[in-house]
Design a protein around this ligand. Structure first.
Ligand SMILES: Cc1cc2nc3c(=O)[nH]c(=O)nc-3n(C[C@H](O)[C@H](O)[C@H](O)COP(=O)(O)OP(=O)(O)OC[C@H]3O[C@@H](n4cnc5c(N)ncnc54)[C@H](O)[C@@H]3O)c2cc1C
Length: 209
């Protein structure tokens, strides 16, 4: 539900003009709008994503207020036994101080024991959850046993301006690795559907207008 033409037409309505096909002048206009931070013409489009991610990633994601969310409900449906166990190379240490952390690989033994400990906690948590539900405890109460590594799913509908803000912050080096991977995937669809806008965003230092 998005294309570059919608940006040019939204800007050109100021002069009561509209085109059916994008041309070079429109591409220049999009670059100008991005550079001079005329942000509103980038709002007349929508991307809808169906995301499956751990709850701790979803919590970061849902801080982005300009967009719409609908999420899987653990009140109405039974939780799945799907949990995030990082790959060994993603088990990392945190070095430095707030604002300037670096994340460095840990040795193979610690990586494997971390993975095993997380797996054990998940299995125990899910066992408690299932038992409580079977004993008649409401799902909305039993879910308190589940950790933030549990997977959730949601729909996210967002316009290009807010999407650029998300990508700018969450595909950055400073973002947590797990959400960064999602942000990179999100950006691929954006680049495919709005290539001129995406190129202008990159040329403008990856800052949302
Ligand atoms: C690396 C990183 C670390 C973070 N650490 C923390 C943390 O420790 N604690 C924490 O609480 N959050 C943290 N956050 C979340 C961050 O503070 C933002 O809530 C989140 O990135 C959403 O950004 P946003 O407000 O720009 O996006 P959106 O909510 O989508 O808003 C988009 C834009 O709309 C405008 N806008 C939206 N709402 C308002 C408003 N109420 N008033 C004025 N303008 C508004 C702003 O221009 C904003 O940039 C972190 C984010 C990142 C990327």
């Amino acid at each position: 539900m998005a294309d570059d033409l919608s940006v040019a037409n939204a800007a050109r309505v100021s002069f009561a003009r509209r085109k059916d096909e994008l041309d070079e002048a429109d591409e220049g206009l999009i670059r100008f709008l991005m550079r001079d931070r005329h942000g509103t013409p980038f709002e007349h489009n929508a991307f809808r994503y169906h995301i499956r991610c751990p709850i701790f990633v979803a919590r970061e994601w849902m801080r982005h207020r300009i967009g719409s969310f609908n999420e899987f409900s653990m009140r109405y449906a039974r939780a799945t036994d799907d949990f995030y166990v990082p790959a060994a190379e993603d088990v990392r240490s945190q070095v430095g101080k707030p604002g300037a952390y670096t994340f460095e690989a840990v040795d193979a033994e610690l990586a494997e024991s971390t993975r095993a400990e997380l797996q054990a906690v998940y299995e125990h948590a899910y066992e408690v959850y299932e038992r409580l539900v079977e004993q008649g405890v409401a799902r909305e109460v039993a879910r308190a046993a589940l950790p933030v590594g549990a997977y959730t799913e949601f729909y996210w509908t967002v316009n290009a301006r807010s999407l650029m803000n998300f990508v700018s912050l969450r595909a950055a080096e400073t973002a947590q690795r797990e959400i960064r991977r999602y942000a990179e995937a999100v950006e691929q669809l954006f680049a495919r559907e709005m290539p001129v806008t995406h190129a202008a965003f990159v040329a403008n230092g990856r800052v949302s207008p």
